[in-house]
Design a protein around this ligand. Structure first.
Ligand code: DGY
Length: 425
């Protein structure tokens, strides 16, 4: 059975491979996405190490001068996606979007290097990527943490990757819809509209894009100007893990300055993350930076800190919390609390289970010795694939596949789960 799944996963990655980058899936997402690529590279590495490095290198070839790595690179023309390059108009040679995505590259590159069979090639390529990744991390702390709190804010829900999470509902109310250009969505042509964000949410997504464009995509102004500024524990945890992994990688490569800066960023981020801990709910919460208040919304964003090198007590508490969710959910780990009124088992980030999130949580749990919960998450993940194939996401209630199909990062995570998680890193 495992061999058959591996074969199918490899076929999907080959089908979605456009040479120097991989599309998340044809049709719905026909370009290169930032965190999709970095996580997909982990799967590619089992097939072809050179190709895996290329995936991340292609992404960083399009890093902005200020250090930001955009969330989409529009390598080719394709009218099947909205909002395409003519909406963003960011002015880059190869068009890109103007916002970013979870900073998973530091983690991915460290893992590619650690596992590399061709160590010489890996060292050469990691050394070239190292300063670029550091530059991106520095960009985050400079532009998205202007008061030097150790926590960065997202200024558009798309940056979190968790586009329509219930976490954003209140803050998103503050984003107006007046003056939004008329537009036609394409996503609902490719997949069931019931699995996607609503039209009202799309209007607000586009309003923010219009605002940032009117400020010439000047990142020194966007944070303060945005009516949507949320500190997401999951997003910060991914950045912290990447800083910590970049420090380790730099150490191995003899780049002590980078190691020092990155270790400091990780330590500061970890200390600041404590402000987001909610003792009542035994998980982390988002912080609305506009009001200064924690957002009482129990999402997987508050469990994802398990991916960061948290103190033991926090890791134990998160493991316990996930075990309690296991009683409600047929398939771990739902993107939102199943008991919440707004939970929706098929609508994108308002309930469904995602394999990449499962992988990151299981990885953190396994690294910190919580092997039973890591194993449980892995078992549920593979059950979902057996039942519903390589979907974009799954109902945690009945396991049905939702969103796009033949999905690259789902395939990559299956390769990872089946090949690696039991082995030392
Ligand atoms: C989409 O188009 O749904 C993406 O998630 C935005 O990055």
């Amino acid at each position: 059975m495992a061999q058959m799944l591996l074969k199918q996963a490899v076929e999907i990655l080959k089908k979605n491979d456009l040479g120097n980058y991989t599309v998340p899936t044809h049709g719905l997402y026909p370009f290169q996405w930032n965190w999709d690529s970095c996580l997909t590279a982990l799967g590619l590495a089992h097939m072809d190490e050179d190709r895996a490095w290329k995936e991340v290198e292609t992404l960083f070839d399009h890093q902005w001068e200020d250090g930001m790595v955009p969330h989409i690179i529009f390598h080719s023309e394709n009218n099947g996606y909205f909002p395409g390059p003519n909406i963003w108009l960011t002015g880059s040679d190869v068009p890109t979007s103007g916002i970013t995505q979870p900073a998973v590259a530091g983690f991915a590159v460290n893992r590619l290097y650690t596992r590399a069979r061709d160590k010489q090639m890996a060292a050469r390529r990691a050394k070239t990527l190292l300063p670029k990744i550091l530059n991106w991390h520095n960009w985050f702390y400079k532009n998205r943490d202007p008061n030097d709190e150790g926590l960065v804010a997202i200024i558009h829900p798309w940056e979190s990757g968790r586009d329509n999470s219930i976490d954003w509902d209140i803050a998103f109310e503050r984003v107006p819809t007046e003056g939004v250009m008329p537009f036609v969505r394409q996503d609902t042509q490719h997949t069931d509209p019931k699995h996607r964000p609503t039209q009202e949410q799309y209007k607000r997504y586009i309003w923010l894009v219009q605002l940032f464009k009117s400020l010439n995509w000047d990142n020194t102004r966007l944070h303060d100007a945005s009516p949507f500024k949320v500190v997401d524990p999951g997003f910060n945890a991914i950045l912290i893990r990447s800083c910590s992994d970049l420090a380790q990688l730099a150490e191995k490569l003899g780049e002590s300055d980078t190691a020092k800066i990155s270790a400091h960023q990780a330590e500061k981020g970890l200390a600041a993350l404590e402000k987001l801990w909610c003792q009542n709910n035994k998980q982390y919460l988002c912080l609305d930076r506009t009001t200064g208040e924690l957002v009482n919304s129990l999402s997987v964003g508050g469990l994802l800190p398990a991916f960061a090198p948290l103190p033991k007590a926090r890791m134990l508490a998160l493991a316990k919390r996930i075990k309690s969710i296991d009683k409600d959910a047929a398939y771990l780990v739902p993107s939102h609390d199943i008991r919440a009124n707004r939970f929706d088992h098929t609508r994108y980030w308002r309930g469904p289970t995602w394999l990449i999130i499962n992988y990151m949580i299981a990885d953190g749990m396994s690294q910190s010795g919580q092997k039973d919960i890591a194993e449980r998450i892995k078992t549920d993940s593979i059950k979902l694939i057996n039942q519903s194939g390589f979907a974009e996401y799954y109902s945690p209630v009945d396991g049905r596949g939702c969103g796009g199909y033949s999905f690259s990062w789902t395939a990559a995570m299956v390769i990872e789960f089946l090949n690696c998680q039991a082995k030392p890193h």
